[in-house]
Design a protein around this ligand. Structure first.
Ligand code: 4AD
Ligand code: MG
Length: 465
């Protein structure tokens, strides 16, 4: 009878195999040891595990090769799964009795220097090596939280009667202003743009299916190098027929609370591990986890008028002239990052600012019938200085008013005929919003910059790797 090979098990499923002999397949995240015993820190994509290999567990040649293995060499390790409370990572370890070296690795560029691992390198170097950097434990944690948030987003809408109806990527018209359009040639004699938002199409699908959402990459040719801006980012956009701005805000509040609580339930320990190395960071993270636990309805609702007053008061307290200048504000101005940062630093719950000046908002926003200078749109700003993560509101459902706005914004009317049709045939009040995935992940994980929240970031100076 031939011997059966031990089963190949992934680390995330190992707790069901305690006391069994199994094979793990992965890469060396780290290694320490002596001539007698080697402690191999194996990562297999699903988790991390310490494998203990004694000099007498394998032949002398193999042990010698293992001693010289470097970070990121790929291996298959066979051994006995043991529960051990003191073991790093997951209170289990593998008592190895066999190892196959699959692929060598020499001088992995992102060496584990200090405790921070990849964090010891400068961001430019790390971004140049993103294809390798994503093997770093911190990046692994962040991208797993991202995946959970994306699943929670889909589950929320699927479970609340929304139909997923995708919007196109190539479009003929601007949605969020003409200055940030990525333009491309469309065959011989016409132009196409990469979608800035799927919203206009969701207005069509909502009128066909009632409640819909799209979820995809969106593109903005923004020439800003801030910690909040990417040129390619992912946005989820629900749209609902027969809904006004207030009900839209209720929806955004329930939706955001649900996805944050799901991310926290699954990843609290992992989020706690992402940032802290200094005592200050540890203290911040403790507070941050409390803030996340408190992300539940009701959020603070603040009119734009009041938000301006709050920013004026914050500005008045500043003594530094530079800071004061950045916080310049008067009724009619849109908020910039400094305004949002200073305002939301003072809150420990998301805030919803509504009723922005129509003049600084997109052409499709419905105006308040009692105050036509005000748009019935809102932003959800994440607390702790993070700022806008959701933008949305009620859409103009009156054809004449909409056409006037299209003219005022000097948009190409010929490409919007289909959009006007939505106001000609059974127009109804409707509303929706867009949530940016990367800004949400950055806030939930407590990150300084959005570049770490997307597998391969596209920014002003980077379209590779
Ligand atoms: O506020 P925005 O521009 O709204 C829209 O696009 C609407 N059409 C959405 C809708 O109502 N269906 O963008 C929505 C969100 C922002 O709140 C932000 O989270 C994210 O998209 N976002 C960006 N994220 C990263 N980099 C950028 N350059 C972003 N621009 C917007
Ligand atoms: Mg916005």
């Amino acid at each position: 009878m031939s011997e059966t090979k031990p089963a190949w098990v992934r680390i995330e499923n190992l707790k069901d195999h305690v006391g069994q002999t199994v094979t793990l397949k992965g890469w060396l995240a780290n290694k320490r040891g002596s001539g007698k015993v080697q402690f191999l820190h194996l990562r297999d994509g699903s988790g991390y595990l310490q494998c203990v290999l004694g000099a007498h567990d394998v032949d002398a040649d193999t042990f010698e090769r293992v001693k010289h293995l470097q970070q990121e060499a790929s291996v298959e390790v066979t051994g006995l799964v043991k529960a051990d409370e003191r073991a790093p990572y997951c209170q289990m370890e593998l008592q190895a009795n066999g190892i196959v070296i699959v692929g060598e690795s020499r001088d992995f560029p992102i060496q584990k220097k200090g405790k921070g691992g990849g964090d010891d390198h400068d961001p430019g170097f790390l971004m140049d090596h993103r294809h390798l950097w994503m093997r770093d434990r911190r990046q692994w944690l962040i991208l797993r939280v991202r995946a959970t948030i994306i699943k929670a987003i889909r589950d929320y809408f699927d479970d609340h009667g929304f139909l997923l109806v995708d919007s196109p990527i190539f479009t003929a018209n601007a949605c969020e202003g003409t200055t940030t359009l990525f333009e491309t040639k469309w065959f011989d004699d016409s132009t196409a743009y990469l979608s800035q938002s799927g919203q206009l199409y969701q207005e069509a699908t909502a009128l066909a299916f009632g409640k819909t959402y799209c979820f995809g990459p969106t593109f903005r040719a923004e020439k800003s190098k801030t910690r909040r801006h990417l040129n390619e980012f992912w946005m989820v956009e629900p749209e609902v027929a027969f809904m006004d701005m207030w009900a839209d805000m209720d929806l955004a509040e329930d939706f955001l609370s649900t996805i944050v609580q799901k991310a926290l339930a699954k990843h609290e320990n992992e989020i706690a591990e992402i940032l802290p190395s200094t005592p200050e960071e540890k203290e911040w993270m403790t507070k941050h986890l409390d803030v996340l636990r408190g992300v539940k309805a009701p959020f603070h609702r603040i009119s734009y008028d009041d938000a301006v007053k709050q920013i004026e008061a914050i500005r008045a307290e500043k003594t530094d002239e530079e800071e004061k200048k950045l916080l310049d504000i008067h009724w009619g101005m849109d908020f910039g990052s400094p305004h949002e940062t200073e305002l939301t630093k003072r809150y420990d719950k998301p805030i919803m600012v509504y009723g922005f000046p129509a003049a600084v908002k997109a052409f499709y926003m419905k105006k308040d019938p009692n105050r036509p200078e005000v748009a019935m749109g809102f932003d959800v700003l994440a607390p702790e200085g993070y700022g806008e993560i959701i933008g949305g509101g009620q859409r103009e459902d009156n054809l004449d008013l909409l056409q006037k706005e299209v003219e005022r914004h000097q948009l190409d009317v010929s490409s919007l005929g289909w959009y006007f049709d939505l106001r000609k045939y059974g127009s109804v009040p409707h509303a929706g919003f867009g949530l940016g995935v990367e800004r949400t992940v950055a806030w939930v994980c407590g990150l300084h910059h959005v570049r770490e929240t997307i597998p391969f970031a596209r920014t002003l100076d980077r379209i590779w790797p």
